[in-house]
Write a protein of this length. Structure first.
Length: 237
């Protein structure tokens, strides 16, 4: 398989320490992509080598997170990773853009995933305008597939880049999604695919907190999660 890196994290799987595996390849070309080095290639690693990395950290971890890129490009490898994770008794989380609903359903049908995070990049009808790929209905279908399995936690998350998304778009997205957690992530201009965004202003964390509070007020039963570089993670339950 092709991958980019492994890291440990205290926030990728809420309330759990996790071992995060970044797999290579993605069919999308989102302008603000922060892992653009993984879009077309990655380092070759055997499953046995990856197992050694997992084993080295397993005693200190509660969960394994498979991210990307778009990990479902290498769906068979995702399945092997999660099957091994189950043997170790660890929790499992999959990060996906929602571009492959059929592959997502295949993984979920095997009862291998406890938590799915879907990147909802724009209101469903604005995908082509925002990321130049008209996959809004595929993302919606992926969300519906996860929601058929109440035992699986679903997080929908949006990177707020004011250069390509309006504040009102965030409110529209929350109206459209059905998830356990809705996360607003701060756009960072340090590493982007589209060089035009390098000079784009990053959203002010105080403004983002106001947006999160306003969304929470409109959707009092929705858990809202805010991630910024300045303040870390803040949850509005």
């Amino acid at each position: 398989m092709k991958y980019g890196a492994t890291v440990t994290s205290s926030i990728e799987y809420p309330k759990n320490m996790s071992f995060v595996i970044f797999l290579a390849f993605c069919p999308l070309r989102c302008p603000y992509c922060s892992n653009s080095e993984l879009l077309e290639d990655g380092e070759e690693i055997s499953f046995e080598e990856l197992k050694k990395k997992i084993d080295h950290s397993a005693d200190f971890m509660d969960a394994i997170v498979v991210s990307g890129g778009e990990p479902l490009v290498q769906v068979d490898d995702v399945i092997r990773i999660f099957e091994y994770t189950r043997e170790l008794g660890l929790k499992t989380k999959l990060d996906t853009s929602g571009v492959y609903p059929d592959r997502l359903e295949k993984v979920l049908s095997m009862s291998l995933v406890d938590y799915v995070a879907i990147d909802v990049k724009a209101p469903f009808e604005k995908y082509n305008e925002v990321i130049h790929s008209d996959i809004g209905q595929k993302v919606k279908k992926s969300m519906e597939i996860v929601n058929k399995r109440p035992e699986v936690i679903l997080e929908c998350r949006t990177t707020y880049c004011p250069a390509i998304l309006d504040k009102e778009d965030l409110f529209t997205i929350v109206d459209e999604v059905n998830c356990d957690i809705y996360t607003i992530q701060q756009f960072r201009n340090r590493s982007v695919l589209d060089d035009a965004l390098i000079e784009s202003e990053e959203p002010n964390p105080h403004d983002m907190e106001e947006i999160a509070r306003a969304i929470k007020e409109k959707h009092p039963n929705q858990t809202i999660n805010l991630k910024t570089a300045e303040f870390g993670q803040k949850v509005f339950e």
